[in-house]
Design a protein around this ligand. Structure first.
Ligand SMILES: [Zn+2]
Length: 174
């Protein structure tokens, strides 16, 4: 299965994320760095995209820490350059911890990838309209701070690996 088939349905759902900083791309358009590890363009194109303050440095600085919607989180896309830093043990249908079978979250800035090594697993992330079966060799991406849980569908071997995006390289004074 390809990576694109492993992203979510793209149902137009988005996740509120905190702004870490701003930079301009080569064409002069503004990009925000978000605490999920994603970057997105913001453009003042009212009424659909209303950011009249973008050109003002003090107003941008005042928005650091404020929330803005991230569609890439909604689609379950890993941030560019995300790297694995930890993995759980491999669990089966008997050893799968209770905490993973009920809704729980991964902390801000960290991503998860639930990997099915054998058997079948149900993966549910209701806030993003995800409820799918993962077969052997398949995985699902878990964005930070989004409640999710798993359930064995018969015999299964699975684990979760945790990934982090590289720290954003935000130009000073932007
Ligand atoms: Zn995001």
């Amino acid at each position: 299965m390809s990576d694109s088939a492993n992203t979510h349905s793209g149902a137009g759902l988005a996740v509120p994320r905190r702004i870490l900083g701003f930079e301009r791309d080569a064409a002069g358009e503004w990009i925000v760095h978000l605490d999920c590890g994603h970057r997105r363009h913001v453009r003042h194109r009212p009424p659909l995209s209303d950011y009249p303050w973008l050109g003002d440095a003090a107003a941008r600085a005042a928005r650091v820490g404020a929330e803005i919607e991230c569609g890439r989180c909604g689609r379950g896309e890993l941030p560019d350059g995300a790297a694995v830093y930890r993995a759980t043990d491999v669990f089966d249908e008997a050893t799968l911890p209770a905490g993973l079978r009920r809704d729980h979250t991964i902390r801000a800035g960290s991503w998860g990838r639930v990997e099915v090594l054998a058997g079948r697993l149900r993966f549910v992330m209701a806030a993003l309209a995800v409820d799918r079966e993962l077969a052997e060799g398949e995985h699902a991406i878990i964005p930070p701070e989004v409640p999710h849980h798993v359930a064995p569908l018969g015999p299964v071997r699975m684990r979760v690996v945790f990934l982090r995006a590289p720290a954003p390289d935000i130009p000073p004074g932007s």
